[in-house]
Design a protein around this ligand. Structure first.
Ligand code: ADP
Ligand code: MG
Ligand code: ZN
Length: 606
């Protein structure tokens, strides 16, 4: 049993304490466990250990009173004497100081909380003065030139600007000025930015409020806020009211599944509709609203005379992405070697907000590398960080795991490269990122609006290439392929159920009823509306398709077995492999790029 004494300080300091040898604390703890000491004394936050064989020589170490006290719990059978000198009164104060601070913190927190509640109650009780922020015309500095791409949207909105600037021109010949413009697009595509630019261009006041701000504690507040907001706007006409994320109030009334604050929402919405109907022709207030869920908007909002203009804000295409990158590099120091076009090509599917973030990440990379300007490599690294996660160099794989990963990725690369319809190969890496041990990166092609059956099959084949390589080389498979298999199965299932690309048993029929629309990538839930027999046929189709493609992938890899070995050797050495390096080995020469290569091969085939 360990003994823990708490003694009073007897300051008859022995010479030997002063002459104690300084050692790391770990040496004292390990010595304690080995029972090398007769006694361990803690004095003034310093630890002294007396050696059992030689009571005259001592070891000492800084700090560690806490860890010494814990030793006795860790090792109850140890009979080393542990002695901690009692602290004086002031020390006691310091000992309880953390508790005291904690207590004060809680009190402060409670006070703050109560004040917050009081404040929100008072705003609610002041009966809904609109909190819309009035941006003065001189304050809105955003112009159309700050919004890159989106040419169609800007064209439509230029008209709105013109209405605001020269209303007479339109009302003079009896044309009606639109009352509402609805901007529809995925989050981060620049809807808010666009609305600000309209106000900036027209040089009119800009009232901006988020849909969720209408919905507050008490029923009726939202509606009175709307009334208040429109009143203010009319007084300041011509002006723009901007309602961001209008879906928060504009959800379909009576629709199932949207509980909570339902009445409140309905009243608020009704008020918005009433106000918009109440605009006289000369009012000259235009309501711009933004949403990323037009599918849930109440149909009454979309009627003519309300939000009758709808402007779709798409994800930017190649051209637009390049321009957005340019806009966001204006206030940054970009090196001459930075090729924004290249970066735009690698960022299919990214929104304006993503690209802004990318530019910022690149700047951070550059700063961390102590550079004066952002170089192309910084941009490339930022793209990789955003699309596939940051490199995790700290994750240590065993040699065997590394080899399996290398072959797995090369399996994807080779099969993907050989399948005519997959996107061109870009890069292979076996540096861990996020949850992935390695990545094979294909660059998606721009502007693909339809996908053919053979592309789906090639896609499945490429996904299975990783697992096929593992089986071919190691005669064994790992869990590393599970994600690939999930994706491949999903594609096969979609082919059968959604696109009518199944076999003759299934025919061009859609199976399963999708609830909700596919708009903007919100996955609908699927209910079953087909027979057991069809379910079985779908399963059969999925299984057969996967098996077939697996065999196909395997055959490709068998044919290039030895080349794969050479590639793996290099990949294991360098950890990453560019397309050019891949082609150099795989095709024995150095072609310009894979896309050209692929086209050449395709035309040779047909
Ligand atoms: P949304 O309202 O559609 O969710 P935002 O307008 O808030 O998107 O966009 C977020 C940020 O992304 C903007 O502040 C802007 O910096 C950037 N951004 C988005 N689209 C563009 C674009 N077309 N041109 C320049 N910057 C853009
Ligand atoms: Mg927004
Ligand atoms: Zn894989």
């Amino acid at each position: 049993m360990a003994l823990l004494h708490i003694t009073n300080p007897q300051r008859t300091l022995d010479e030997k304490y002063n002459q104690a040898t300084e050692v790391p604390l770990s040496e004292i703890t390990s010595g304690y466990h080995a029972e090398r000491f007769s006694k361990i004394l803690v004095r003034d936050n310093r630890v002294y250990a007396t050696l059992r064989e030689d009571p005259d020589s001592l070891l000492q170490s800084y700090k560690g009173a806490e860890s010494i006290a814990q030793l006795s719990w860790n090792d109850p059978d140890n009979d080393t004497i542990l002695e901690i000198e009692n602290r004086e009164a002031t020390h006691l104060f310091y000992a309880i100081l953390p508790d005291l601070l904690f207590f004060l913190l809680i009190v402060a927190g409670l006070v703050w909380l109560f004040r917050g509640v009081a404040r929100s109650q008072s705003t609610a009780l002041s009966f809904g003065k609109s909190r819309a922020r009035i941006a003065d015309m001189r304050q809105v500095k955003t112009r159309f030139k700050d919004v890159a791409g989106m040419e169609e949207a800007k064209e439509d909105l230029e008209e709105v600007v013109d209405f605001l600037k020269h209303p007479k021109k339109y009302t003079g010949i009896g044309a009606k000025i639109p009352k509402g413009v609805l901007l529809v697009g995925a989050p981060g595509t620049g809807k808010t930015l666009l609305a600000r630019a309209v106000a900036g261009e027209a040089a009119v006041p800009f009232f901006s409020i988020a849909g969720s701000e209408f919905v507050e504690m008490f029923v009726g507040v939202g509606a009175s806020r709307v009334r208040d907001l429109f009143l203010k706007a009319k007084r300041n006409a011509p002006c723009i009211i901007f309602i961001d994320e209008i879906d928060a109030v504009g959800r379909q009334r009576g629709g199932a599944g949207f509980g909570g604050g339902h009445d409140e929402r309905e009243q608020t919405l009704n008020q918005i509709l009433t106000e918009m109907d109440g605009f006289e022709q000369e009012t000259n207030v235009i309501v711009v609203a933004a949403t990323n869920r037009p599918d849930v908007l109440d149909r009454a909002l979309l009627r003519p005379g309300r939000f009758d203009r709808r402007i779709f804000v798409d994800n930017p295409d190649l051209e637009a992405r390049e321009k957005i990158l340019e806009v966001h590099s204006r206030n940054k120091n970009l090196a001459n070697d930075a090729k924004l076009r290249d970066i735009a090509r690698q960022t299919v599917g990214m929104t304006g907000a993503d690209l802004e973030n990318l530019m910022n990440e690149a700047a951070i990379f550059a700063a961390r590398r102590k550079r004066k300007s952002i170089q192309h490599q910084d941009l490339v690294d930022a793209v990789e960080k955003i699309t596939i996660g940051a490199e995790k160099k700290s994750r240590k794989l065993t040699q065997k795991e590394k080899e399996i990963t290398a072959y797995h990725e090369l399996g994807h690369a080779i099969v993907g490269h050989l399948c005519p319809e997959t996107d061109p190969l870009h890069k292979i890496s076996i540096v861990s990122r996020g949850a992935a041990l390695g990545v094979t990166w294909f660059l998606p092609q721009e502007d693909r609006f339809t996908i053919s059956r053979s592309k789906f099959l090639d896609e499945i084949c490429g996904l299975l290439g990783g697992r096929a390589a593992e089986e071919l080389i190691f005669g064994e498979i790992t869990t590393g392929a599970s994600n690939d298999i999930e994706k491949a199965s999903q594609i096969a299932r979609d082919m059968a159920m959604r696109y009518g690309m199944g076999n003759d048993d299934l025919g061009p029929v859609a199976y399963g009823e999708r609830q909700g629309t596919m708009f903007l990538g919100v996955d609908p839930s699927i209910t079953r509306n087909y027979s057991e027999e069809k379910a079985r046929q779908i399963d059969t189709f999925v299984r057969m398709t996967i098996n077939e493609q697996y065999k196909r992938a395997m055959a490709m890899l068998r044919k290039h077995h030895s080349t794969m070995g050479k590639l793996a050797e290099i990949l294991l050495q360098h950890e990453t492999m560019s397309l050019d390096e891949f082609l150099e080995i795989f095709e024995g020469k150095k072609p310009a790029n894979a896309a050209a290569k692929k086209t050449a091969r395709k035309s040779a085939r047909s």
